[in-house]
Structures are given as structure tokens and as C-alpha cells.
Write a protein that binds this ligand. Structure first.
Ligand code: HEM
Length: 171
């Protein structure tokens, strides 16, 4: 089914346009998209890093985790939308390189879990800004979530970079 989707995508006019390297205007789209992708990665990783380190008790303790979540999640959601759009453009340019690549698939699966954890931060602190500080159990859970989230985002970042290398063994 993935193979059929990939074949169909490669035959679309949009895919042909994005993979056309014979004209400067079309050739520029992918390098530009890659540049914006990597700048958005920086925004996500900085915001996620600050948020999770605060939950682990590292850094400026004057700022509560609830306030930090309110301030940083709009940056994370905006950067994720840009990552999605630029990622889709790159996928359309070379559907089989991405969709059939197990490192790309792993990256997407980990992203779903990492985003779910970030949503849980937003939902819980909207109800109660001190949600993660109320009991010892919650503090333990918070430390577990923050460590898991940091590891997941680092794996997503690494997987993004490694798609180019692992694809070579699969084709
Ligand atoms: C939101 C959905 C996303 C999609 C659809 C997507 C898609 C892609 C695609 C298609 C590539 C090109 C891979 C290649 O062919 O070499 C790529 C590269 C990359 N992605 Fe994403 N990505 C997304 C989110 C993210 C996130 C959240 C991160 C990290 C926090 C990330 C980090 C990277 C990195 C580091 C690269 C390598 C850039 C390079 O070497 O030029 N991506 N991504």
C-alpha cells in the first residue's frame, strides 16, 4: 500500500515540479525548504530543551513550569507546522527516498509520541499551573516524562539526519 502511494505520488505534477533540477526557480525550492526545516528544528529543540530541563528542576526556578509551557508551546506548534510543510515538500520531491525508508518511518512514529507528551504538558498546566508539583507521585512522573521527551526529541533529530545514510542500505 505504501509502495502504491509512493508510485502514485512520484507520478504527480507537483512531484515532477519539485524534483525538476533543470530550472533555477524549481531547483531552489528544495534547498530553501531544507534550510527552513533546519531553522525550525532549532526553534523546536531549544523550546523543548528549556521546557523539559525546567520540569527536571534544572535552570531558572523563578519561572514556573506552567508559565514556561504557556510561553513556549506556541513556538513549538508554529515550528512544527513549518516542519510539517517543509517536510512534506521534501517528501513529494522524492517519495520513495522518504516514505519507504525505515528511518523516516521511525522518525514519524517517535514524533507522534513526543508531540503527545508535549500536548499533555499543555493540557495539565492549563487546568492547574502547579499540576506536576502537587504530589511526590506527580513529581516522579514529571521527571520520567521530561527524560523520555528529551530522549525522543534527540532521536527524532538524529533520525532526520540519518535518513540520507540508511536509505542507501534499503534500496
Ligand atoms: C513534522 C513532520 C516532519 C516531516 C514530514 C519531516 C520530513 C523530513 C524530510 C523528508 C527530510 C529529508 C530527509 C532526507 O531525505 O535526507 C527531513 C530532514 C530532517 N529533519 Fe524532518 N520532518 C519533520 C519533522 C522534524 C522534526 C520535528 C525534527 C527535529 C526536531 C526534524 C529533523 C530533521 C533533520 C535534522 C533533518 C536532516 C536535515 C539535513 O540533513 O539537511 N524533522 N525531514
Amino acid at each position: 500500500m505504501l509502495q502504491e502511494l509512493t508510485d502514485w505520488l512520484s507520478r504527480t505534477d507537483l512531484s515532477a515540479l519539485l524534483s525538476d533540477t533543470t530550472h533555477l526557480e524549481t531547483w531552489l525550492i528544495i534547498p530553501l525548504s531544507q534550510t527552513i526545516h533546519i531553522l525550525s528544528v532549532a526553534v523546536v529543540m531549544i523550546s523543548i530543551g528549556v521546557l523539559n530541563l525546567r520540569l527536571l528542576g534544572v535552570g531558572n526556578s523563578k519561572q514556573t513550569f506552567g508559565r514556561l509551557t504557556t510561553q513556549l508551546t506556541p513556538w513549538i506548534w508554529s515550528a512544527l507546522v513549518i516542519l510539517f510543510v517543509t517536510g512534506v515538500l521534501q517528501t513529494l520531491a522524492e517519495p520513495s527516498r522518504e516514505l519507504l525508508n525505515s528511518t523516516f518511518q521511525l522518525k514519524m512514529a517517535l514524533l507522534v509520541i513526543a508531540v503527545a507528551i508535549t500536548i499533555s504538558y499543555r493540557v495539565t498546566t492549563t487546568k492547574n499551573p502547579n499540576y506536576w508539583d502537587v504530589t511526590a507521585d506527580r513529581r516522579r512522573m514529571a521527571r520520567f516524562l521530561a527524560s523520555t521527551s528529551l530522549v525522543l526529541w534527540l532521536c527524532i533529530l538524529s533520525a532526520g539526519r540519518l535518513i540520507a545514510y540508511f536509505g542507501a542500505f534499503e534500496s
